[in-house]
Structures are given as structure tokens and as C-alpha cells.
Design a protein around this ligand. Structure first.
Ligand code: ADP
Ligand code: MG
Length: 699
């Protein structure tokens, strides 16, 4: 149950002054919420401020500056009768002898006579300019008398708006919303709050919405930090509750002597890197424990995650249980199977593939074997989620490239077994801050070293107008027996964009270089895609024109060149993924980033980073810095909610503390029943994390 004191904050915004059904619709758009509530508005923080504190005499006024001046009203000069559209002017002055003309277009004279009576003193705030050598102010923002001046906010917040909603509307509604803030209990550690001089939650909201100086609403201000920390703690607490809930669903320990694993390692043509070995050890330890594993295996492209995941599978298989390995695309699922099949054979593991393409009798046979326990490992795509897929005893779900799947999809797979352990693989190096946000206190294994023998990739940027030169160079490379990818952003030329089309590029290159050129794109049928990949992998084709379908995981060690057209349109992390398609073997590799000149400053900086480094973690951090957190994981498009008040560039550094705090709180008070626990429930509601509260009691 939601604490009763919060009720006014969870009322519709229509409970605020001046907000009716029409404005409610606009607030719905502004706040990205169907039925916007008072709390949603309160968490809509200003993006800047208008500072009216400058109070010069008229002879000191600088043009263009926002000022508040005290003036004497001298004379009204209404528009002449024959020119009704001319402005209405009011001449004012102060004791410096300088005059300031206030200019109004289409204003009602009776209103202005009341507002600015001749002979009286008024405080006028706005931006002054020189016009015909005279100081004037067009439509002052504020005109008040002595009394009004006493309460005039000299620093006014500015909010992001939506069409039809004026700043005045939002400010008025916000004032109403602030008035509804009830007294709230302190949910943060009181000693910490006072040591850091942080305001209470409600005071922080008031400080940010009614700033005394512009710094009050900077993300670095104490008020904003307080709100951001509240939001981070709410998020971490919710994640920790989810995790505690997962853990309570009793896990099963699965251990083995490691016989199968040993056979697999023996069958490998290489030895594991140190970090691969450590990851295998971590996972084996997790699996043996009687609670569920939730582990993220994070490693740059080409760092060798597949074999680690397969070793994990071997552990549960040796114990007589089953594992599922889920990939985001069919190409990738098939490739995983290809990598795994010989190793599985050596270890005596029974493995099959299940994608959308296995149908009819083939599919039925696979499903039968799966439910009977005749299969140890199933590799597949989304097809693994389907209702009629059942396991004999699923123990481990390996989910590759996590962020392409939703959380609910991950859950769908884990529900196909009893307390299924989960290993998530991600090749997008996610900055630490984001891992915490998206995965909470998931355990993490990182593969930071590249397998031995890898050569650095020579990365160059080339303007598109040198396309022909590039094509010629590729032609020579093919002649020498090399293999190259050519990546284009779109499948078909669309009218609206001038993006290079894969189809068109393919035809052009094929005319030049003949049947050594092949094409693969996302709209091809699965079988055709596979065939194209197979031709390239075997060397039958040498130049593979592709869309970004090759982004994820495709592994052809002989490929040593990658050309990326319109590199400026890709995300940094995405280019890094694409580039990771080469440099997988021992040959020297090259990456050519073709860009359309001229490049803006940010675009230049981004491409420069790629030239400088191959460290995916650094690239991801820079990408985060240059683009903002949402874009990195493609979450802006997919609508995963981000943060209302926390800005990760500024507040990301508090995530670790919030996580530790959440862990400490729940270790002392797992049911949130102490006084502080009760207070924290308020916090969870305020930031929309109350779903987690339900988990406290449930199963
Ligand atoms: P990713 O982490 O991108 O999924 P993969 O698992 O696809 O990487 O591995 C990339 C390539 O590196 C594969 O060809 C794999 O066989 C090879 N590989 C993996 N581990 C090692 C290692 N320790 N030494 C040498 N090559 C390795
Ligand atoms: Mg991979």
C-alpha cells in the first residue's frame, strides 16, 4: 500500500491550478506519461535559469543583458490613430537622466495605464537594447510595484517545453505542485546527509524549482545531487529486491569434477587466456552454490566469450542437466553451433540448433529429444522462447548480446527450468556506471585481454570523395587473395536519405571485380544469408558487401579488411563492433572509415577516438561522454526508461555508493520494516520503483 501522505503527489496534474484536460494532454506529452501526476511534474527539473539579479542604473545598462531596473514613468505615447499597428511606447527614466522606452506591440492601452501609471516608480525586468541610439525594452518580462518587487523571483527556472505549453503555464503548475509536498520522513542515512550538507528531498525540490541563484539548479548543486542520489538509491534498492527475490526461489547447486571441461580444453587449438580461465572458475563456483547465478560476462569483441560460456554449459551437462545458448540472430546462432560442434563432439555432448528455420518434423524431433533429456545443449534464437519448447531439466541459460533482448525475454527462458542459472554475454563494452544501472548487482566477469597473437588493426579515416581510390585498393587486396567486408548502412536507397545502399554498392563492385563479390543483408532469407556467409568463410567469395547484420559476432579469422561507408552515421560502439570483425586471425588488418565531408567537431572527435584506440571500454566511455547514456545501448529508441533527474555524466560516480547502500540496507532490514525501511518505501514510490516492494513478500 502506498503511504497515505503521498496521495496528493500521485493525483493527476489536473489537480493543479490552471491545468485542465487540454493542458493535461500537453503535460502527458511533456512528461512522457499517459496520465501525468503531480510527482511527474515535480521531477521535471529545469534546464536553466533566467537571472534577473543585475540591477544597474540606466546609464550602466548593457545591451542584451537581462536586467531589473527601477524607473519613473514619465509619459505614455499610444499608437497614432492613423497607424493603429504602430507600437505603444512608454517613456521612463531614473535619476541618472537616461531614459528607457518600454515598447508594446498590440497591447491594450487601459491595461498599460494601470500597469505603468505616470509619475509612479515601477520595477521593470527584461532585456534592454539600443534602438535609434535610445535605450529601449520591448515587452518587459516583468513589471511590478514596490510591493510586488519584494516577492519577485530574481532567478527564474526555465523548463523544457512542448508545443502549446508556455513557460508561464509550467511555472504556475509547478508552484502548485510544490505547495502539495507533504512532510516526508528522511530515508537517507541521517548522518551522511548532514555530513554532506544535503537538503531533505522536499527542500531539494524547492531549491531547484525556486532557485536563488543559477547554481541552485546546476546538476552539481547539492539540491540536485540529493535528488539524483535518491533516484539512484531507489533504482539500486529495487534491483537488489528483485535479486533477493530471485535468490529466494531456491537455487540448485550443480557441481562436477570438470571431466567434460577438461576434454573441451584439450580439444581447443589454443589455451585459455588468464581472464578466460578466471571467468570459467567464477562461473563454476557460482553454479556449485545453492542459489541462482546471475552473471554478466563482459568482453570486448573477439575476446573469446563463446568458449567460456560453453565450458559453463559443460559443467551442468556433466551433472546430467541441460543448457540453452541463445543468440540474437540466426547467423550468430549457426556460428556458435559451428564453433561448439567439434568441441561438443570431443566431449561427447549432444547439441542441436533451434531457430525459426527448423520446422515440421525436424523441429518436432528436436523438441522431443529436448524434453526427454536426449539433448544436452540447445543453441538457438528467439525460437527458444516459444511455448512448446520444454526441457527435461534446464540448468543454465546463456544469453548472448543481452541488450538486444528484453528483460522479459530473458525471464521467459529462465522459466523453462527450475531455478535456472543465467549467464549473460555482452560484447558491447558497457561502462561500469551503466552496468550498475541496467544490471544492478549482477556479478560481473570481464575478459580484458585479447587472445595471444592478435595484431593491432590499422584504422584510417577517408573522405567519401576518394571512394574510387579505396575501391581500387580493395581490388588489389582481393587480387592478393585477401578477404574484406564492405559495410553500408541501409539496404535500399531511400528517397529521403543519401545513405549508400548495400544493394547498389554490391552491383557496382560486382561489375568491377566479378563474382568474388557477394552480398548479405538483414532482409535476406535465412538460408540465403547462411549461404553467403559460408561462401565468404570458405574463401569462395572475397569481398562481402553487408549491412550491419555482420555487426554482432560473425567470425571469419581470414578477413583482414573492413570498409565502413558513412562511418559518421554510426555510433562509436557500433563501429567498434564492426571493426572487431577483422583482426581475429594473425594477419595484419585494416579498417577504413569512409566519411562524408565536412565533419562537425563532435563527429571528428568521435572518429579520432577510433583511430587512437582499440580498447572497447575506453571507446564506450568516450561514446557515453559524447552522446549521452541512452544512445549507447540503443535504449532511446527502444524506450527503456532512463532517469528523471540523475545525469550519469555528473552523478554516475554515486552509483557505486548507491549500490553499496542498497545492499547494506537490505542486509539489515530485508523487509523494509524498520523506521528507515518504512521511509525508504516512500522513496520507492516517488521514483516509480514500488513494483519491487511487492516482491518483498512474494515467493
Ligand atoms: P567474442 O568474445 O567476440 O564472442 P569469440 O568467442 O567469437 O569472441 O572468439 C573470437 C575468436 O577467438 C574465435 O575464433 C575463437 O576461437 C578465438 N579464441 C577464443 N579464445 C582464444 C584464446 N584463448 N586464444 C586464441 N584464440 C581464441
Ligand atoms: Mg561472440
Amino acid at each position: 500500500m502506498r503511504p497515505a501522505v503521498l496521495s496528493p503527489l500521485f493525483a493527476s496534474v489536473t489537480s493543479l491550478p490552471g491545468v485542465g484536460p487540454k493542458l493535461e494532454r500537453l503535460y502527458a506529452k511533456l512528461l512522457e506519461r499517459d496520465m501525468p501526476r503531480v510527482v511527474d511534474l515535480l521531477l521535471h527539473l529545469p534546464t536553466g535559469a533566467i537571472d534577473r539579479r543585475a540591477r544597474p542604473k540606466l546609464n550602466e545598462v548593457l545591451p542584451g543583458q537581462v536586467v531589473t531596473v527601477a524607473v519613473q514613468v514619465e509619459e505614455h505615447r499610444p499608437a497614432p490613430r492613423n497607424r493603429p499597428r504602430a507600437p505603444y511606447r512608454i517613456v521612463t527614466s531614473d535619476d541618472t537622466g537616461v531614459t528607457l522606452t518600454l515598447t508594446y506591440f498590440s497591447a491594450r492601452p487601459d491595461y498599460l495605464e494601470k500597469l505603468l501609471p505616470v509619475g509612479e516608480t515601477r520595477y521593470v525586468s527584461g532585456t534592454a537594447e539600443f534602438y535609434d541610439g535610445m535605450l529601449q525594452m520591448v515587452h518587459p518580462d516583468r513589471v511590478v510595484d514596490e510591493q510586488g518587487f519584494a516577492t519577485l523571483p530574481l532567478v527564474e527556472p526555465v523548463y523544457p517545453l512542448t508545443e502549446g505549453l508556455a513557460l508561464g503555464n509550467v511555472r504556475r503548475a509547478m508552484e502548485g505542485a510544490l505547495g502539495k509536498l507533504p512532510p516526508l520522513p528522511e530515508w537517507q542515512d541521517a548522518a551522511w546527509v548532514s555530513r554532506e550538507r544535503l537538503p531533505a528531498f522536499a527542500d531539494a525540490l524547492r531549491a531547484v524549482h525556486r532557485p536563488h541563484e543559477p547554481h541552485d539548479l546546476a546538476p552539481e548543486s547539492l539540491a540536485w545531487i540529493r535528488l539524483a542520489y535518491d533516484e539512484l538509491l531507489a533504482g539500486q534498492l529495487a534491483l537488489a529486491l528483485v535479486r533477493a527475490h530471485m535468490r529466494r526461489i531456491a537455487g540448485r547447486g550443480t557441481s562436477s569434477e570438470g571431466r567434460l571441461r577438461a576434454r573441451i580444453l584439450k580439444a581447443l587449438p589454443y589455451t585459455l587466456t588468464h581472464s578466460q580461465q578466471k571467468a570459467v572458475d567464477d562461473i563454476t563456483t557460482d553454479l556449485a552454490k545453492p542459489h541462482r547465478m546471475l552473471r554478466l560476462l563482459q568482453g570486448d569483441v573477439g575476446s573469446g566469450k563463446t568458449v567460456v560460456a560453453f565450458s559453463a554449459a559443460a559443467t551442468v551437462i556433466e551433472a546430467g542437466r541441460q543448457a540453452a545458448f541463445m543468440a540474437p540472430t540466426e547467423i550468430l546462432a549457426r556460428q556458435h553451433l559451428k564453433t561448439i560442434a567439434p568441441l561438443a563432439e570431443a566431449a561427447g555432448i549432444r547439441v542441436a540448433l533451434l531457430t525459426g528455420r527448423e520446422r515440421g518434423a525436424t523441429r518436432k524431433e528436436i523438441l522431443d529429444r529436448l524434453v526427454l533429456g536426449d539433448l544436452d545443449l540447445i543453441v538457438g534464437t528467439h525460437a527458444l522462447f516459444q511455448d512448446d519448447v520444454a526441457f527435461h531439466d534446464l540448468a543454465l541459460a546463456v544469453v548472448d548480446e543481452q541488450h538486444r533482448f528484453g528483460v522479459h525475454q530473458r525471464l521467459a527462458l529462465t522459466q523453462k527450468g527450475d531455478a535456472v542459472d543465467v549467464l549473460v554475454l555482452t560484447a558491447t563494452p558497457i561502462p561500469r556506471t551503466l552496468v550498475l544501472t541496467y544490471f544492478g548487482d549482477m556479478d560481473i566477469s570481464e575478459l580484458r585481454e585479447k587472445p595471444a597473437g592478435r595484431q593491432p588493426i590499422d584504422t584510417r579515416t577517408v573522405p567519401l570523395d576518394r571512394l574510387e581510390e579505396v575501391e581500387d585498393a580493395i581490388g588489389r587486396a582481393i587480387g592478393e587473395g585477401k578477404r574484406a567486408y564492405w559495410v553500408c548502412p541501409l539496404v535500399e536507397e531511400s528517397e529521403k536519405s543519401d545513405l549508400a545502399a548495400a544493394q547498389q554498392r554490391y552491383e557496382e563492385l560486382r561489375q568491377k571485380f566479378g563474382d568474388k563479390v557477394d552480398l548479405v543483408h538483414g532482409q535476406m532469407k535465412g538460408a540465403d544469408k547462411d549461404a553467403a556467409m559460408a561462401r565468404f568463410a570458405s574463401g569462395q567469395s572475397q569481398l562481402l558487401v553487408a549491412t550491419t547484420v555482420i555487426e554482432v559476432g560473425v567470425d571469419v579469422p581470414e578477413a583482414t579488411i573492413i570498409v565502413i561507408e558513412h562511418a559518421e552515421r554510426f555510433g562509436l560502439a557500433q563501429i567498434h563492433q564492426l571493426r572487431g570483425r577483422v583482426g581475429r586471425g594473425t594477419g595484419k588488418s585494416t579498417c577504413l572509415l569512409l566519411f562524408k565531408a565536412p565533419l562537425g567537431e563532435t563527429a571528428k572527435a568521435r572518429l579520432a577516438i577510433l583511430r587512437e584506440t582499440e580498447d572497447g571500454f575506453r571507446i564506450a566511455e568516450e561514446d557515453l561522454r559524447l552522446r549521452g547514456e541512452g544512445d549507447l545501448l540503443g535504449t532511446r529508441q527502444s524506450g527503456v526508461p532512463g532517469f528523471a533527474v540523475a545525469r550519469l555524466e555528473v552523478h554516475g560516480k554515486y552509483l557505486g555508493a548507491a549500490r553499496d547502500d542498497a545492499a547494506l540496507i537490505l542486509s539489515r532490514d530485508p523487509q523494509l520494516q524498520t523506521e528507515r525501511g518504512e521511509a525508504l518505501r516512500h522513496l520507492l514510490y516517488l521514483f516509480g520503483k514500488d513494483e519491487a516492494i511487492k516482491l518483498i513478500r512474494a515467493g
